[in-house]
Design a binder for this molecule. Structure first.
Ligand code: ATP
Ligand code: FE
Ligand code: MG
Length: 344
């Protein structure tokens, strides 16, 4: 089964053709990173306009690379939420247009279901498993059940992990996007230089909180600047990263014990983080669970992951009709119940 997938939830206009939810036949990503870097973050209106300019070209380029036509496609998938509403609407409108013109089934995909499904691309992994989602907008622990449904164990009370990285980068005057730069600097710094707080919340909680850590970094930098003391950015990054990673690893290990699930997939942009990769791999070895990190290009936003998630729904005969809409916020359980036809 070939699925054409479109993803426009933030600042990448992406399309992919995915075979049987596992193999990327072709993909195209038009990144707007350079445009938004001038503003220090994604400007929603600018992102929407760029998606309008790019989306049909990105789809055409993907067909050309694959050497396929619409007659080779079995379903159309598109990210319908959560994300920037104007940006999502461009992808959803394009997908609905293609579905109307071709008569193919239309599948609206939850962006986070997509991030999780990135782990199924070119692997033989399948639910049941545990997903640690660490992206620009989400920090969640999810129990993923077959074929692909989600039960949330916990999530962030305030900022997402990626957001915390980006804010700390900004406090240090590092350019956008900050996460990868903090990661690189952390490798050169001393993780014990600053004792930043580890917010574990209640003993049995799978929730996360980053506001205390962010404030601690802010206050430490302000204090040092006021006193005219030197700030070693690498030490701040290493100490901040150590605090983030320790909590993520501890809660994930705890969720493994709690659920009995022995495979963990890590999803979202922060899954690219080297400190997290090393620490979670070490803990997996110690505690005897299996951990999978997708390749870096599948961790950040892409359309292949949307096609991979859609496959489970398309294979079950589930779809959306042309009333499909885009949603800035979309709980996973609401999305799972939004389909017509089939059963999953
Ligand atoms: P969401 O998926 O929640 O809607 P998003 O799509 O903006 O948010 P992603 O594209 O998955 O998020 O990830 C981007 C985030 O990942 C940014 O916050 C970025 O700073 C962070 N990030 C990317 N690489 C790294 C890294 N190596 N270390 C830490 N953070 C990173
Ligand atoms: Fe994302
Ligand atoms: Mg992004």
């Amino acid at each position: 089964m070939n699925i054409l997938a479109i993803e426009t939830s933030c600042d990448e206009t992406a399309a992919a053709i995915v075979a049987d939810g596992r193999r990327v036949v072709a993909e195209t990503i038009a990144s707007q990173m350079e445009i938004h870097a001038q503003f220090g973050g994604v400007v929603p209106e600018v992102a929407s306009r760029r998606h309008v300019e790019s989306v049909t070209a990105v789809v055409s380029a993907t067909f050309a690379k694959a050497g396929l036509t619409w007659s080779n496609i079995d379903a159309i998938a598109v990210t319908c939420g959560p994300g920037l509403l104007g940006a999502l609407l461009v992808g959803v409108s394009a997908a609905k247009g293609y579905a109307l013109a071709t008569g193919l089934p239309l599948i609206g995909v939850h962006h986070i279901a997509g991030h999780v499904a990135a782990s199924f691309v070119e692997t033989d992994l399948a639910p049941p498993l545990l997903a640690l989602v660490v992206s620009g907008g989400h920090t969640e622990l999810l129990a993923v059940e077959p074929p692909l449904t989600f039960r949330k164990l916990g999530g962030t009370k305030d900022d997402a992990a990626g957001e915390a990285y980006d804010k700390v980068a900004r406090l240090l005057g590092l350019p956008y996007p900050g996460g990868p730069r903090v990661d690189a600097l952390a490798a050169e710094g001393d993780p014990t230089a600053y004792a930043f707080p580890r917010s574990l919340l209640e003993e049995d909680s799978f929730d996360f909180s980053y506001s205390g850590l962010k404030s601690a970094v802010h206050n430490e930098l302000a204090k040092r600047r006021q006193r005219g003391e030197e700030i070693v950015a690498a030490d701040v990054c290493a100490s901040f990263q150590a605090a983030v990673v320790e909590v993520l690893v501890d809660k994930t290990a705890r969720a493994v014990r709690h659920t009995g699930l022995s495979t963990v997939v890590v999803a979202g942009g922060v899954a690219a983080n080297r400190g997290l990769r090393q620490a979670l791999q070490r803990r997996a070895k110690e505690d005897g669970f299996h951990v999978h990190f997708p390749p870096i290009q599948l961790c950040t936003d892409n359309a292949a992951m949307i096609g991979a998630a859609a496959y489970f729904y398309a294979a079950a005969g589930r779809a959306h009709d042309l009333s499909l809409n885009a949603y800035a916020t979309l709980p996973l359980n609401v999305w799972q119940e939004s389909f017509t036809g089939g059963e999953i």
